[in-house]
Design a protein around this ligand. Structure first.
Ligand code: T1G
Length: 694
């Protein structure tokens, strides 16, 4: 066995030279790995005792891509193109042995091999578009030559991987290996030699490009098919252009075109933001004051209290993770209704082909309904998702404290109430935590985990690990009104309501924020969620909002009643400006003595976004969030902040905190003290720093 570099070894096993990568955790293509693979292949080519070569990886996965931590640093030799060129020009067949996920540069390296074998559980894909990039090592040129242009476009512009079985069907993998992968790859390599099979260079395969050349509308049709989902994103368009280059240019010219388009993206703000977000999302998993090796509690069963919209959605996350759920309601009719809704949600997913009937049946088999809290006596975690009333919640937690076994976690899905106070209703406050799911709970990825002053490290670590298990992206926050996401959202809502009184059309406020990249503006969002939700909360707090209250008093709760801030034709969810609401706004402005005026798009954007950033600065000062990047994770996954802008904090740094600070001072002169910059924002602005410097 020869160590080519610290990360790659070579060993002849009989007549097969095995090049093995070992660069935990994901065998990313760092400089040492690239150098080692190139050297290992060259060693195999020079080794007279071998007639073929296998490229394999130690650890849990084949190469998962370029080393993203190297981005932005000066390039080091050998480049990935050179490594892949060495593989492809080998005079002996090279077989990639794939397990785990062969992604990005990992799949591009495998495409440079003459053959690819994989275990059945492996996945292969080109997810660079999720980093605001495109496959920059020949993936846009080789993949279409293997799977055809339509599938290549979907994989490259969408970024989703495919499983080994599908890869075998489309010719991306040549064999599925049962048993030991390396042994299977070695046997396959021997077979290639014994059968005299050719050295298949994908770069020479052009047949599948012919089909695309005969279908001139192919690219236009694909662009149309992704237009809505890729709105404002730059990378998908460059992905498509690179694949067009594969169809219209000779291979080497196509590579050059790919490189140009890749560098265009790499130098742009969007890919910087999306690379930042890749790490922000993973950093949010880590709680600064909770040691990485904190012991976790076993979570093998769950109890959900409340089979309403939230309770049912929460239950579905656990069922899909294979965790049995006992869902408890107060009355049999509520329970039956809730269980039926869960079943119909799964049935809808099955009918769309996104879930098998077997998988649905398995989920439903794990679900038990009950109208007796005592049935939760043995579960490992309970999540309460009932009416937003403190007395009701404290009563339930007092009962759970007596019923549930010692060591069970007692969680609340509250979005507004003080969880410290809820914890004090039990004798086990260290086992009480907030698990704030976002509606629809079985769809939205964000899970705002809310620690009380007494939540233990074990409970927090357990819930962070549990989030990943049930397919959620967690962020740990502290207790305050609205926690992090909704507290920031409230600031935007307050300004949006002021802007429409001052003269901005509500459809313009929504348009400006939609064009900025949010899925919808505040008024359309309120109509979707139900205007009565906010109305009830304001009534509970004795707070009024002239326009919002007025439309609720007319029963205009939004899409569910056909009218809200907008009018909705029956069966049509397209918001239409409504003169009735315009009159309500004009009357409210008159009653408030406001002289209405034209409001520019720029002012609308700044007045909606800057208060969010200022509130986030206060949240950081108060320690409610431990990182600025956690706030970005919350807003991207919880509210649809465009990931190509990284999140509110990344965006603030991009604008420049000094610019935001100075604009806020101008707004303060015009609109009053509510525009006073947070001390942290002022400090960073004056020091010429950003939130990234915290
Ligand atoms: N580079 C550097 N570090 C990486 C990495 C990468 N490509 N992928 C993961 N990590 C780190 C990650 O930050 C975390 O670190 C640890 O590995 C475990 O990751 C030329 C230009 C492979 C599916 O986009 O999708 O190739 O937090 O928590 O949930 O065309 O990681 O432990 O310190 O995500 O099991 C293309 C990105 C790159 C794949 C595993 N490749 N990675 O998921 O673990 S660009 C990607 C993933 C490229 C070429 C282009 C996932 C995973 P820490 P994890 P996981």
């Amino acid at each position: 066995m020869t160590a080519i570099t610290e990360f790659v070894r070579y060993e002849a096993q009989g007549t097969v030279g095995v090049v093995t990568v070992n660069n935990p955790p994901v065998n990313a293509l760092s400089q040492g790995v690239r150098e080692g693979i190139k050297g290992g292949i060259e060693a195999g080519m020079a080794d007279a005792s071998v007639t073929s070569i296998v490229l394999a990886c130690d650890g849990r996965t084949f190469i998962a891509g370029a080393d993203i931590t190297e981005f932005g640093k000066p390039p080091t030799e050998p480049g990935l193109h050179e490594v892949i060129g060495t593989i492809e020009s080998s005079n002996k067949p090279v077989v990639a042995a794939i397990h785990g996920t062969a992604l990005g540069g990992g799949l591009e390296t495998a495409l440079g091999c003459h053959y690819r074998v994989a275990v059945a559980s492996a996945k292969v894909g080109l997810p660079e578009v999720k980093l605001g990039l495109l496959p920059g090592a020949g993936g846009t040129q080789r993949l279409p030559r293997v799977v055809g242009v339509p599938m290549a476009l979907t994989m490259i512009a969408g970024g989703a991987p495919i499983g080994a079985k599908k890869a075998l069907e489309v010719g991306l993998v040549d064999e599925i290996v049962d048993g030991d992968l390396t042994e299977g790859a070695i046997e396959f390599a021997k077979k290639v030699v014994a059968e005299g099979r050719p050295l298949v260079k994908i770069s020479d395969q052009n047949e599948k490009l012919e089909d695309a050349r005969k279908n001139p509308s192919l690219f236009a049709d694909f662009r149309k098919s992704i237009a809505r989902k890729s709105r404002n994103f730059e990378a998908p368009e460059n992905c498509i252009k690179a694949v067009e280059g594969a169809v219209n240019l000779p291979f080497d010219e196509g590579l050059k075109r790919e490189r140009e388009l890749f560098m265009e993206l790499m130098q742009g703000e969007q890919s910087g933001a999306q690379q930042y977000f890749f790490f922000a999302e993973r950093l949010a998993n880590k709680i600064p004051d909770v040691p990485k090796d904190t012991p976790l509690l076993d979570i093998n069963t769950a109890g959900i209290i409340g089979a309403g919209t939230m309770g049912g959605g929460i239950a579905m996350n656990f069922l899909q993770a294979g965790i049995p759920v006992t869902i408890v309601e107060t009355k049999q009719e509520f329970l039956d209704k809730g269980m039926d809704i869960i079943k119909s949600n799964y049935a809808a997913t099955v009918s769309k082909g996104r879930m098998s009937q077997d998988a649905m049946d398995k989920c439903m088999s794990l679900l038990t309904g009950s109208i007796n809290l005592e049935d939760l006596s043995d579960v490992d975690i309970v999540i309460e998702a009932i009416f937003e009333n403190m007395d009701v919640k404290k009563d339930i937690f007092g009962k759970l404290d007596k019923i549930c076994k010692q060591g069970a976690i007692l969680a609340t899905n509250t979005s507004t109430l003080d969880i410290d106070e809820i914890g004090e209703a039990t004798t086990r406050p260290e086992y009480v935590i907030g698990l704030h799911f976002f509606s629809p709970a079985n769809v939205m990825k964000l899970l705002e985990e809310v620690r009380t002053k007494k939540t233990s490290a074990t409970v927090m670590a357990t819930c962070m690990a549990l989030a990943k298990r049930i397919g959620k992206i967690p962020a740990m926050v502290g207790v305050c009104e609205g926690f992090v996401g909704n507290r920031i959202l409230a600031q935007r809502g307050e300004q949006a309501n002021k802007l429409i009184l001052e003269g901005a059309k509500l459809e313009d406020v929504d348009r400006v924020l939609f064009d900025f990249g949010l899925p919808m503006g505040p008024f359309a969002m309120s109509d979707l969620a139900g205007n009565d939700v906010g109305w009830r909360i304001r009534q509970g707090k004795g707070v009024t909002s002239p326009v919002a209250d007025a439309i609720c008093e007319l029963g205009r709760f939004g899409q569910k009643t056909g009218d809200g801030y907008y009018h909705y034709e029956k069966g049509n969810r397209t918001p239409q400006p409504d003169p009735i609401v315009e009159d309500i706004i004009i009357n409210a402005a008159r009653d408030a003595g406001i002289n209405r005026r034209q409001v520019s798009d720029e002012e609308i954007l700044k007045r909606c976004v800057y208060p969010m950033i200022n509130e986030a600065a206060k949240i950081l000062e108060e320690g409610i969030a431990s990182r600025a990047s956690d706030i970005d994770v919350i807003w991207v996954y919880g509210y649809g902040w465009p990931v190509y802008r990284g999140g509110p904090m990344r965006y603030a740094d991009h604008i420049g905190l000094d610019n935001i600070y100075n604009d806020m001072l101008k707004f303060k002169e015009e609109f009053g003290d509510e525009w006073t910059p947070a001390p942290l924002l002022e400090k960073l602005a004056k020091e010429g720093k950003g939130f990234k410097d915290l």
